[in-house]
Design a binder for this molecule. Sequence first.
Ligand code: 2NL
Length: 344
Amino acid sequence: MKEQLETIQKEALEEIKKAEELKELQGIKVAYLGKKGSLTQVLRGMGKLSKEERPVVGEKANQVREAITKSLDEETANLEKLEMEKQLEKEAIDVTLPGRPIKVGGAHLLTQIIEEIEDLFIGMGYEVREGPEVETDYFNFEALNLPKGHPARDMQDTFYITEELLMRTHTSPVQARTMLEYEGDKPVKMICPGKVYRRDSDDATHSHQFTQIEGLYVDKHVRMSDLKGTLDIFAKKMFGEDRKIRLRPSYFPFTEPSVEMDISCKVCQGKGCSVCKGSGWIEILGGGMVHPNVLQVAGYDPDIYTGFAFGMGPDRIAMLKYGVDDIRHFYRNDIRFLQQFHQA
Ligand code: 2NL
């Protein structure tokens, strides 16, 4: 029996030495020390031994168990260390590899145009203001000299949320709100960019949602010539110093008198071509002197204060400046279109 125990020890230690994985060691432990393991089997046979032999074999069995256990523990620690090293090696990061290029986005062309116009007017002392796209009938129409039933409302049909709530058709309500906030005793010098809405059938030049920037300057002694000078500076900065402007009489319900402004065509220098449809001039914006009714409703005394206002469409300006032939390109989110205008 003693020999049997020695053989068990010898075999076990050899197997442990050969093991390459923790799982194998687990198997060896079960095979030798488990309930049905070979050492356990031998110990079961001890009942048949004589009184004298039993303690001797018992002691030997304990030594064998201890030797196997010790060897298993050592080898387990050994393999665990090796596996950890392998894992670390596998997960090592090569910090010398070149980085992956990051895709950089860019502002939408309309945002770029709006920001360019904002910068221009900020440079002339204007503040930039924003307001709600869902407006009341009062601020979108009534306060702008467009009472219910006014024929000019037909041209600005929109999406109604209720009888009194609608999608704004222009950014003018932001200006009306600002004047009210200033309580009729401070000059107002502001521009307001934003999205506006019209009930319209979409085609190459019409969109039910587009952008607008309006400007407003209210103070004592503001005159038509101030409007003309301001717009001249704007046109030259935006389209080139060689551009001329031309004001034509027009009509808007919220200004009196009202004008439309053209810039000279850059393509033909006023001779007439397909871009300016033969006239030599391109229409850019509308404006005029703020109607006394609009000043009054907004809390400004029209006998003391005067003002000019103007409005333009960044969509149209972007189309002219970059030769975009369809307004719907701006809203289709085709990355091939949008990326053309990303600055490096
Ligand atoms: C255009 C013409 C215009 C205004 C906008 C305005 C605002 C207030 C008072 C008076 Cl609060 N007027 N805005 C005036 C004239 C023309 O826009 O063609 N826009 C695209």
